[in-house]
Design a protein around this ligand. Sequence first.
Ligand code: PRP
Length: 194
Amino acid sequence: MIARISETYEGAIAGELFGAREIARAIERLAGEIVRDYRRMPLTLVGVLKGALFVTADLARAIAAIPDGPSELSIDYLCVSSYGNASRSSGEVRLLKDATEPIAARNVLIVEDIIDNGLTLEYLRALLGERNPASLRSCVLFDKPFRRLVQVPVEYVGLQVPDEFVVGYGLDYQELFRNLPYLAQLQPEVFTNG
Ligand code: PRP
C-alpha cells in the first residue's frame, strides 16, 4: 500500500499534529493529576489494545517518576475492536481479549489512546463496572469530541484533536503507522490507494 504512494513510510504522512515531546508533556501532566488523586492508594491500569499500548506504558512510567504516588500499581490489558479496517467507527464494539487479573475491590483506571464516538469507553465502563471495582475512572490521551454518540465520563483528558483521521502513537490505518512516535495526518492518496 505504502509503496504505491511513496518510497518511504514517512512519505505517507501529510503533517504532524502533536510531536513526541508534546505528547510526553501531556502524559506527564496526566500522571501528575493521577498521582494527586491516587496518593498512597493501590491502582490498576487497564490499557485498551491495541491503540493504548504506548500510552499505557508511558503513563505507568510517568506515574512512577513522581514521588508519593499510588502505594502499588499493576498493569493489565484487554483488547477490543470497533473500527474493523475502515477509517470511521462502525459503532460495533467487540471484546477480542479480556483482562487477566480480578479487579473486585481495586481502583481501576481505564487507559485509552483516543475517544471518538464514545461507544468503546461506554462498553468498557459497563463491562468492568459489573466486576465491582472499588473505583472506576478513565484516562484518554486524545479526545475527538466532534462525533460523540454517548456521553461517557473521562476523568483525565490529554490533548484535543481535530475532526480528522489521525495515526501514530498507537493509532493505526489498516494496522500500519502505530509505531510513529508522533500523531499525524495521512496523505489523502493513502485512503484512495489503500
Ligand atoms: C480505537 C481506539 C479506541 C476506540 C475509540 O480502537 O483505540 O479504543 O477506537 O473509538 P470510539 O470512541 O469511537 O468508540 P480500534 O477499535 O480502532 O482498535 P485498535 O485500538 O486496535 O486500533
